[in-house]
Write a protein of this length. Sequence first.
Length: 443
Amino acid sequence: MILTLGIRPSGADEVFELKVMVQQLRSDYESKIQSLEAKIGQLEASQEQRVTDQVTQLREEIKQEIKDETLQVDYIGRHNAPVGDGGLLVKNPFGFGNVSLGGYFDMEYLDRENEDAAFRQHRWIINIGAQLADRIRFNSEYEIEYGGTNAPAGDGEAKVEQAYGDYLINDMINLRAGAVLSPFGRYNLYHDSDLQDLTDRPILAKDIIPTTWTEAGYGFFGEFNPALGSYEDLMINYEIYAVNGLDSGFSDTGTSGAKNSLKTDNNDDKAFVGRVAVSPFLGHEAAVNGYSGEYNGKGDAITGIGFDTLNTFGPLELVTEYAYFGVEETPTAASDLANYFQGAYAQLNYHFWPEFLNNTFLGRGFERPTLTLVGRYDWAKIGDDSDAAGSGDNEEDRSTIGLNYRPLDSFVVKFEYQFNHTKNEILEAGDNNGFVSSVALGF
């Protein structure tokens, strides 16, 4: 009996071995299952990441496509556009090139002796420019004065001040056609109210040189940078145009009435107007200006010569300008004409900023606020035309002292006082001294 219990049947061993084998197989199976599950998990995670990446990429592509087909507008600052003076740069999605949009406005207050004090919403200007291709561009300026044509007082007007196209060849010579600002006198080219430090334009820029003198014509412009040994700062630029020219609308109170039509001319002769400016160093410029053209159908001509300079010395800036126009007259003319127009001005600007103003409302939040103290002397003289208003040549001079504040380069608040004196007929303000203030903002 004892021997029988100590002997293990062979069948039991086989069962035991089977159990061990089953357990081993089960363990191997579970291990493989876990491995497979891990691999499946990795594949699923990888697939999800790929899907996520693809969705992200697709989303970015859609965003870019929408962006490419949508107008993009950036404010880059006035006078900083590739073409034109507008501060808004519009990137055209239709392959037409970039377009600049901007302008300026000014608001004035005048209180002169013997005149009613008045607010004047003087100008609202729109600038539009376009870079059609690397060498083809367009620029324009549309001006609305005193509310536009047929405003209640009848003084308003709306007109094209510039509208021209350029075909660029190289730095030295380029073609321009359209309505251009005549390149005669520095002020005529840089007349924008937000650029200037005084409200009233010089008498010369209103009565001797026609104010904002626009002409229709063709011409050339360019610049040179001749190197003279080691001296490489010299810059020479020029503009010259064939235009319709002035007509016979001038008088002994000014030339503005002689500005011609952009559509027709009163004679077959074309006038020429041009300017050559030389800059020996940055911040210094001297220019000579010329004009010649027939003003009637009798062969009589107006000929003009002008000089202007700009010199900066640190915070000091000196601007001067002189112009003379001589008028031919047919000897058999029934009445005398104003046979000459001449004038000049000198303006000194001092730019400064007291540091104690940085934390005041004048300086807080602005990068480069500026105060400018300004002094200018104007003078103009025009030959008599023997009209009934008075005899003798007409002459007027003005002394102005002013102060202005610029929180930004293109925003200015101006205050000034004028001392005016006139001989014979009034050109601008007569003998009426007075206070003038204005706000100008460019964008």
